[in-house]
Design a protein around this ligand. Structure first.
Ligand SMILES: [Zn+2]
Length: 85
């Protein structure tokens, strides 16, 4: 299924408490990921979390968190990591 949403993903300085955020502007979305995470798995968790918000902006925070924990764990166990050059 082709993706019709336009999504920008940026690394940002978000302060120490906010790990990420998803911003909706019409059919355009921006995901901002805090440049400082305690681990790669924590960062993956944030990326998945914000992506799920973009996938359905109406999902509750609790629902997003529940889905995030499963998707993050499965991707992590399958060996998905960033390829940083
Ligand atoms: Zn959230």
């Amino acid at each position: 299924m082709p993706l019709k949403k336009k999504i920008k993903i940026k690394e940002a300085r978000l302060g120490s408490r906010l790990l990420g955020e998803a911003i909706k502007d019409g059919d355009r979305y921006t995901i901002r990921i805090n440049a400082r995470h305690s681990s790669e798995k924590s960062r993956l968790n944030t990326v998945v979390h914000e992506a799920l918000h973009v996938g359905d902006f109406d999902l509750t925070e609790a629902h997003v968190r529940k889905l995030t924990s499963v998707v993050t764990e499965v991707l992590w166990r399958e060996g998905y990591r960033r390829n940083i050059k």
